[in-house]
Write a protein that binds this ligand. Structure first.
Ligand code: FES
Ligand code: FES
Length: 154
């Protein structure tokens, strides 16, 4: 076990865990931020996506020892009141079905829009390709991303 101080959603958090513990389990089991989901554990589904210094990152596959001073943002920290433009667009387009994949989808979409304020369909497809949705919400996700982009640019 080792002590790590992590910057999570703007707060310094101390955890005492094995250094190979995936960030996902630190978030869920130690910090009790359970919005980030476990799907596959091998970087194949995107359910566990968080932002690491603004980049969409699979938290199941990065050990806590690799985080250092990087800023971690989870779905709980994306906005204060669930009112990030992407979250609002998700509601407007009624995107979620069972909801299991959606925190990861929103974190990938918001990271995309931070880097590209007006993505094309192809760019959305490429950025969101690793986020799997068993409920097949892909078309609504694409529409919601376009909608969030135009609201952010207005
Ligand atoms: S749980 Fe991390 S990519 Fe599937
Ligand atoms: S909404 Fe059910 S898996 Fe995506």
């Amino acid at each position: 076990m080792a002590q790590f101080t992590l910057n999570i959603n703007g707060k310094q958090q101390q955890v005492d865990v094995a250094e190979d513990t995936p960030l996902l389990w630190v978030l869920r089991d130690h910090i009790k931020l359970v919005g980030t989901k476990y799907g596959c554990g091998i970087s194949q589904c995107g359910a566990c996506t968080v932002h690491l210094d603004g980049t969409a990152t699979r938290s199941c596959s990065i050990p806590v020892s690799a985080i250092g001073n990087k800023k971690v943002v989870t779905i709980e920290g994306l906005s204060k009141n669930g009112d990030h433009p992407v979250q609002k667009a998700w509601i407007e387009h009624d995107v979620a079905q069972c909801g299991y994949c959606q925190a990861g989808q929103i974190m990938s979409a918001s990271a995309l829009l931070d880097k590209n304020s007006n993505p094309s369909d192809e760019e959305i497809y490429s950025a969101m390709n690793g986020n799997i949705c068993r409920c097949g919400t892909y078309l609504r996700i694409r529409s919601a991303i376009h909608s969030a982009a135009s609201n952010m640019n207005a």
